[in-house]
Design a protein around this ligand. Structure first.
Ligand SMILES: Cc1cc2nc3c(=O)[nH]c(=O)nc-3n(C[C@H](O)[C@H](O)[C@H](O)COP(=O)(O)OP(=O)(O)OC[C@H]3O[C@@H](n4cnc5c(N)ncnc54)[C@H](O)[C@@H]3O)c2cc1C
Length: 415
């Protein structure tokens, strides 16, 4: 019987482990932290899960937050493009709400689900030199250790739209003392020098807000770049308020000055990501092949909220490939399976990298302007966060965007 070893209990590793468990495949999950340790760790991301991922969640029976999400989820997307007070604006009520749950709450619960259902978990970080012995123990080893874990094994992918340095400085946190005006959803603002997401998030303390700044280095928002929360929390909170005042006054107006601040000291992350696609399989010195999953395979800048969604989609594709053909996890199997994963992951990667340009490419700006006038364009763009290949299909070139918009105009004329 096939036995799969998975390294890393983030979104990719957990979704694959739960999927294989459901399919009756034997799995061992190597998690670097216990659920309690995870709960006590620093905020690692502030990911929104779109409808396609929420369907996978239901398929796995881990949709524990549906009730809370009824009134605190990303049901609506409110977009603002350009400087306030008069940005372009459009609004989308999503066909199905996206969900943002503090990752530490989410991942610790899914890890407990896997163990409670009889799954084997080995706690402790896997070192690079342990991969070879593990590959002798399992029929297949999957490395899903995130963007900082064991990535060196997998070479950068030739021909992919890779960057060599981060395009944004990221500063995301969970805050108290800020309202989210109805209809509840995510407010996404594009301004010169970066972006701000204001997101409803379910946390250990109930409903809170994420404020997530994407900052172009050297741009107009980079006052936050050199202020580390750990060094001076008050100065940090003050700088956030100053930045809101300067670039996002509508969001600033939602703040209650007396109670505003980072929710808990561990509820903040500051860093940067270099968007990188890697070849998703590698051979160890003993001749065994290992597969990469999630951020180890393709790491996106979080601008368009795609990494976790892609990791879960690819976990299912990888799980299906393991179930469909377990004759030998050899080079051919890895190459074929990785091609299926890349066919999915390339779209959010390319779409995100295109939208990271500052200023936004002209055809993206044209589409956004059209969305302010035509709700069909707005609805398509907003709902396609769950199906990124569709947005990339429309935005990959000016010709595609123009053809899409003229098709809608033709439809109108034909009415
Ligand atoms: C600020 C921010 C906002 C984001 N927003 C979104 C969003 O809105 N939507 C979205 O889809 N994505 C978003 N992302 C991206 C998303 O968080 C990642 O793409 C996703 O978590 C990747 O899943 P993963 O399983 O590959 O890695 P991770 O979730 O990082 O999990 C990897 C796990 O492996 C563990 N590990 C590491 N090394 C080892 C080792 N040696 N041995 C054992 N375990 C190890 C880690 O501790 C971790 O638990 C965001 C990211 C950031 C930083």
């Amino acid at each position: 019987m096939t036995h799969v070893g998975i390294i890393g209990a983030g979104i990719g590793g957990l979704y694959l482990a739960l999927y294989l468990q459901q399919q009756g495949v034997s799995v061992t999950l190597h998690a670097d932290r216990t659920p309690d340790e995870l709960r006590q760790s620093r905020l690692p991301n502030t990911a929104t899960y779109w409808s396609a991922m929420r369907q996978r969640e239901r398929q796995l029976g881990v949709n524990h937050w549906d009730e809370q999400a009824a009134d605190w989820s990303v049901r609506h997307l409110h977009l603002r493009i350009g400087p306030e007070p008069e940005p372009l604006r459009f609004h989308v009520e999503l066909d199905e709400a996206g969900l943002t749950v503090d990752h530490r709450l989410y991942a610790s619960r899914l890890l407990e689900d896997f163990a409670d259902r009889g799954g084997e978990v080995v706690y402790g970080p896997v070192r690079p030199e342990s991969l070879e012995p593990l590959s002798e123990e399992y029929d297949l080893v999957v490395v899903s250790a995130g963007r900082g874990g064991l990535t060196d094994l997998f070479p950068r992918r030739e021909g992919a739209a890779n960057f060599t340095q981060p395009q944004r400085f990221l500063c995301s946190g969970i805050y108290r003392g800020i309202e989210l005006p109805p209809p509840v959803g995510t407010y996404l603002s594009f301004v010169p020098g970066g972006e701000l997401f204001h997101v409803p998030v379910i946390t250990f303390d109930g409903n809170r807000s994420v404020l997530f700044f994407e900052i172009v280095p050297g741009g107009e928002l980079d006052a936050l770049l050199n202020v580390r929360y750990e060094e001076d929390p008050r100065k940090f909170d003050r700088t956030v308020l100053q930045l809101l005042e300067k670039a996002f006054p509508e969001t600033r107006a939602l703040v209650d000055d007396a109670s505003f601040g980072v929710n808990r000291p561990q509820d903040i992350l500051q860093g940067a990501i270099t968007p990188t696609a890697r070849r998703g399989y590698a051979q160890l010195p003993n001749g065994k092949w290992v597969m990469a999953l999630g951020d180890v395979h393709v790491v996106n800048d979080p601008l368009l909220a795609q990494g976790a969604n892609a990791a879960s989609a690819c976990a299912f594709l990888l799980g299906e490939a393991i179930v469909a053909d377990d004759l030998a996890f050899d080079e051919m199997w890895c190459r074929r399976t990785e091609a299926a994963l890349w066919a999915y992951a390339q779209n959010p990667f390319d779409w995100t990298n295109y939208m990271l340009r500052d200023p936004l490419p002209a055809n993206v700006a044209r589409l956004m302007a059209a969305a302010t006038q035509d709700q069909r364009v707005a609805d398509e763009f907003g709902n396609n966060f769950a199906t990124p290949e569709r947005n990339w299909n429309i935005l990959a070139s000016p010709e595609r965007t123009d053809a899409y918009l003229s098709r809608l105009a033709d439809e109108d004329r034909a009415r």
